[in-house]
Design a protein around this ligand. Structure first.
Ligand SMILES: NC(=O)c1ccc[n+]([C@@H]2O[C@H](COP(=O)([O-])OP(=O)(O)OC[C@H]3O[C@@H](n4cnc5c(N)ncnc54)[C@H](OP(=O)(O)O)[C@@H]3O)[C@@H](O)[C@H]2O)c1
Length: 321
């Protein structure tokens, strides 16, 4: 597993990290299977884990806490997130920041996450939504400073709204934000334009999330794919959106090298960018862990492969949470 510098925090994070949303509450999750998958990832050299209080009201955090205790002695980086107080995704400029991330609430939720994880200090606490309209607010800034000063968190990051990669630039300029988590994959290439150069300049780490576009870029969705009632993916892959996604993926198929897979190509695309510190595929099963972590052993994409993939950028106007 190759390691990359995690911005100015100076950590050596595995370039393939671990996304822990699914195991917190998507239908079909099985805790025993998830825990085995997490252990396998640690054995294979994954050391960066992204969870959130909102992933099953602390459930995903507790699974990670168990994993940390079973793997004592390994340096595993824990990233979690403060949910918006009003529980509204995404963050909106017109919402007062006091409804979303008031000072005392940020401290309180950090304590709760530390308890779920069973740790004295979080490596990385992140805001789970953001609007740059809140950048100058004093409350969240004092909370971040206090958490860092008291040693409750080492770093602080922001997870930006889906498809709004520049809606964080003012916050980055405050100097308080050590990492940005952003949707970046073969379809969603916009972060390369403005956000990545800003992160380079300010030495802010980049966590590339949703590498498989919630599943389409695994190449395994079909026009008749369905999810049980209540599964979040029904909102992302409405019939029209599923049809459009499957068509885009079919266009990509000729670019998958012989003997490789669409999911491997998806990860290699993300890893080509030097500004990416780590990418965090969501995975709940050992075969997915094995396949995804192996992408770190593959050679870099050629310039010809990259330029072909660049033409698959896709700007969407869907309304999704
Ligand atoms: N607002 C935010 O901050 C936010 C929003 C979204 C995501 N995230 C973070 O980003 C992480 C990744 O995003 P995501 O989990 O939503 O979506 P994703 O990583 O794009 O896709 C996850 C899906 O791909 C499947 N999969 C994984 N590896 C595979 C492989 N090799 N072959 C076939 N299928 C494979 C998973 O199956 P199994 O689960 O069955 O293994 C799951 O259904 C999340 O887990 C979370 O940590 C953060």
């Amino acid at each position: 597993m190759r390691l990359r510098s995690f911005g100015r925090l100076g950590w050596k994070a595995s370039e393939i990290g671990y996304g822990m949303w699914g195991m917190g509450g998507w239908t079909g999750s099985d805790d025993a299977e998830s825990l085995k998958a997490l252990d396998r990832a640690v054995e294979r050299g994954c050391n960066f884990f992204d969870t959130a209080f909102a992933y099953g009201d602390g459930h995903s955090e507790r699974l990670l806490g168990e994993t940390l205790r079973r793997n004592k002695g390994q340096r595993l980086y824990v990233a979690t997130k403060v949910p918006p107080k009003n529980r509204v995704w995404p963050g909106k400029a017109e919402t007062p920041v006091t409804d979303v991330f008031p000072h005392d609430y940020v401290l309180e939720m950090t304590r709760k996450s530390r308890e779920n994880l069973g740790v004295e200090r979080l490596d990385l606490q992140q805001f789970h939504v953001w609007s740059d309209a809140w950048a100058q607010d004093d409350g969240w800034k004092r909370a971040v400073e206090r958490l860092k000063k008291d040693g409750e968190v080492e770093g602080f990051g922001i997870s930006v709204n889906r498809w709004e990669p520049t809606n964080v630039l003012k916050a980055l300029e405050t100097g308080l934000v050590d990492s940005v988590q952003v949707v970046y994959n073969i379809f969603d290439q916009d972060p390369e334009d403005v956000l990545f150069p800003a992160c380079e300049r300010l030495r802010v780490a980049v966590i590339a999330r949703v590498p498989f576009d919630e599943g389409s870029l695994t190449g395994q969705l079909r026009l008749d794919s369905t999810w049980p009632q209540g599964d979040w993916r029904n909102l992302y892959f409405t019939p029209d959106q599923l049809r459009a996604s499957v068509a885009r993926v079919e266009d990509l198929r000729p670019l998958v090298p012989a003997g490789s897979t669409m999911s491997e190509l998806a990860l290699r695309f993300i890893l080509h960018h030097p500004t990416v510190s780590t990418t965090i595929p969501g995975m709940r099963r050992i075969p997915h862990v094995e396949a995804n972590l192996a992408a770190s052993d593959t050679p870099p994409l050629s310039l010809a492969e990259l330029s072909a993939l660049r033409t698959h950028r896709w700007q969407r106007d869907w309304r999704v949470p």
